[in-house]
Design a protein around this ligand. Sequence first.
Ligand code: AMP
Length: 231
Amino acid sequence: MAELPEEFNCTITNWEYIYGLCRDVADEVRRDEFEPEVVVALARGGWFAGRCLCDFLGLDDLTSLKMEHYVGTAQKTGEPTVRYPMPEGSVEGKDVLVIDDIADTGGSISRAEAYVEQRDAGEVRTATLQLLDTSEFEPDYVGERLAEWAWVVYPWNFIEDMVDLLSGVMEKADQESYTADELRHYLAEYHDVKRIEMEIAQPNRLPEVLAEMERRGVIEGAGPGEYRLAE
Ligand code: AMP
């Protein structure tokens, strides 16, 4: 497992914004006159996009491929691998659109494309909602190109990422305990997550995340309105 970098920029997104990127990808596919028969959504990041693309493009064949590359927020393992294969017969002889949320190294989507091609699919094309310029792979369709690297916190991953980010800042700042305001301060300092941006994208979610962290035993109460990492 790679070391968790202590400081990296994050961008918090919301459903409307991401839905707009799904529509943009669908528009590109239509403009290109590509008519896939089945969408392969990479689990877990590509599921929402895969489902929306089926709706936009009028498809009822959606299947999934689980790739494994990341083990936590911004924590990468080695090569992406196929964790769960696709059901027998799901792509054989069919034109396929493979979709994921974001290409960072590009390893997951390019590995997935090769895997689908090996299963005797027809034409195979790829799409990602977002593309970082670190990617060595260029998908056929891209919703948005990001010039600067950031960890994108997607709405379907909000709690998981915030739990990782908040435990990371608590470890790094090394205080006895933290108020919610202090945690917001460190999110801005270490990850460029400003309070106003977080509240616009995901209003009133911090108390929910802290309660969930307490429920999972990641943090514990340390007096009124104060939290610390659990032992
Ligand atoms: P990669 O194989 O490096 O292109 O990574 C692709 C997968 O890792 C995506 O499906 C995402 O779920 C996750 N991922 C990688 N980088 C990021 C990032 N900067 N922000 C959010 N998710 C990411």
